[in-house]
Design a binder for this molecule. Structure first.
Ligand SMILES: *Cc1c(COP(=O)(O)O)cnc(C)c1O
Length: 387
């Protein structure tokens, strides 16, 4: 392991020597077919991939950078962040197995577990969104094969003591998978805390410009790497060289974008928390917010995605808030350079254990705009909310 920080390593991987004269960034090789000089060379694995499905240079470099960033033995690419969750879960469970997770998990992940996976004999226990490590460990039963975590969760931002859950799972031969999208592989290192598989929607901060869908999966243990690699090969999943290349380009500036967006996020969160229209800000980096102690103990940085629970209001007031904003794009996703806002109260209806909120739930991705301008925009939004 290099002694350098993430910020240096993500760039040093581009400037390393010993490759002859070449561009800084790898070429985009669009290929199904790779040609060899001789029939014998076609069987030479050391000469590189023989078929595009194996991934060309940009994909290989991105995989190496991601494995290095997350401290894993191997990284895999899949066509979306959602697939980064579904692929290891599919690869590591069998009919009759049970998964333990919480209501706070990403919505489409929940849909996969309760629709596709359940219909194939793998059941899921959804604990309340606020379930802590002890409650998760207590829910592990005879049939539990895997515990799926997201910390903080991407809608209501609950935190879990990941190391405690991971240690308990290891002693029971239960696997752990953690959706690490919020930390972007930077602010939290799941494998170092005992997690078996770290996944993230590279779509968000890594790609960083709201123009790529891609997922990353990182593991350390040979048996897990083999199971996940076999599943990807068997199912024929593939990421285009263009998308791998754009994501690799995004990684070079990820630490700077992440740090700046986190700084602005904290400033906006502090401002929102002081407003009379706001009941609670759901943002673990904010002192006093739920999950702050675990965040302060385990994390070295902050993403810029947060939830805001309003004091009362109804769906129409929530819509007025969003419609009055001029600098926030109204759109899903996060981690890009632009600020975004969504109205999320209806998502609570899908939970097994309803989460009572004091009012409407709004979610913000704070982008790279001047935070003073964003705050002035939010002030107009709050006035419209109060109506
Ligand atoms: C967006 C997101 C995903 C899925 O990423 P896509 O690339 O949109 O499929 C997975 N997990 C979390 C926490 C996310 O926010």
């Amino acid at each position: 392991m290099s002694p350098h920080s993430d910020r240096t390593r993500l760039i040093a991987s581009a400037t390393r020597r010993g490759q002859g004269r070449r561009p800084v960034n790898p070429p985009i090789e669009r290929a199904s077919t790779m040609l060899s000089d001789t029939a014998g060379a076609m069987r030479d694995g050391a000469a590189g991939p023989v078929y595009g499905l194996e991934g060309t240079t940009a994909a290989r470099e991105l995989r190496a950078a991601l494995a290095d960033l997350e401290g894993g033995g191997q990284a895999f690419l899949v066509p979306s962040g959602l697939a980064s969750v579904t692929v290891p879960v599919l690869a590591l469970t069998r009919p009759g197995d049970e998964i333990v997770t919480t209501d706070a998990v990403y919505g489409p992940t929940r849909r996969f577990l309760s629709r596709y996976l359940a219909s194939r004999g793998v059941t899921t226990r959804f604990l309340p969104a606020g379930a802590d490590a002890d409650a998760i460990i207590a829910a592990i039963g005879e049939k539990t094969r895997l515990v799926l975590m997201e910390s903080p969760a991407s809608l209501t931002f609950e935190m879990v003591d990941v190391a405690k859950v991971a240690a308990a799972c290891r002693s029971r031969d239960v696997l752990t998978v953690l959706d690490n999208t919020w930390a972007a592989g930077l602010a939290f290192k799941p494998l170092a805390h005992g997690v078996d598989v770290s996944v993230q929607a590279l779509t968000k901060y890594a790609a960083g410009h709201s123009d790529v869908l891609i997922g990353g999966i990182v593991a350390n243990e040979a048996r897990l790497i083999r199971a996940i690699g076999d599943a990807i090969e068997d199912m024929g999943w593939h990421v285009s060289p263009d998308d791998a290349w754009l994501t690799l380009r995004g990684l070079r500036t990820l630490p700077l974008r992440y740090a700046e967006q986190g700084r602005s996020g904290l400033r906006v969160a502090q401002w929102l928390q002081a407003r009379p229209e706001v009941a609670r800000v759901l943002y673990p980096p904010l002192p006093g917010s739920v999950g702050h102690d675990l965040w302060a103990r385990d994390f070295t940085g902050a993403a810029s995605l947060m939830g805001v629970v309003m004091k009362g209001g109804d769906a129409a007031a929530g819509r007025r808030f969003l419609d009055a904003l001029s600098l926030f794009g109204l759109g899903y996703s996060w981690g890009g350079f632009e600020s975004l806002a969504t109205h999320e109260t209806h998502q609570m209806a899908y939970r097994d254990h309803p989460t009572p909120l004091e009012g409407e739930l709004i979610r913000f991705n704070i982008g790279l705009e001047d935070p003073a301008d964003l705050i002035a925009d939010l002030e107009r939004g709050l006035a419209a909310f109060a109506g």
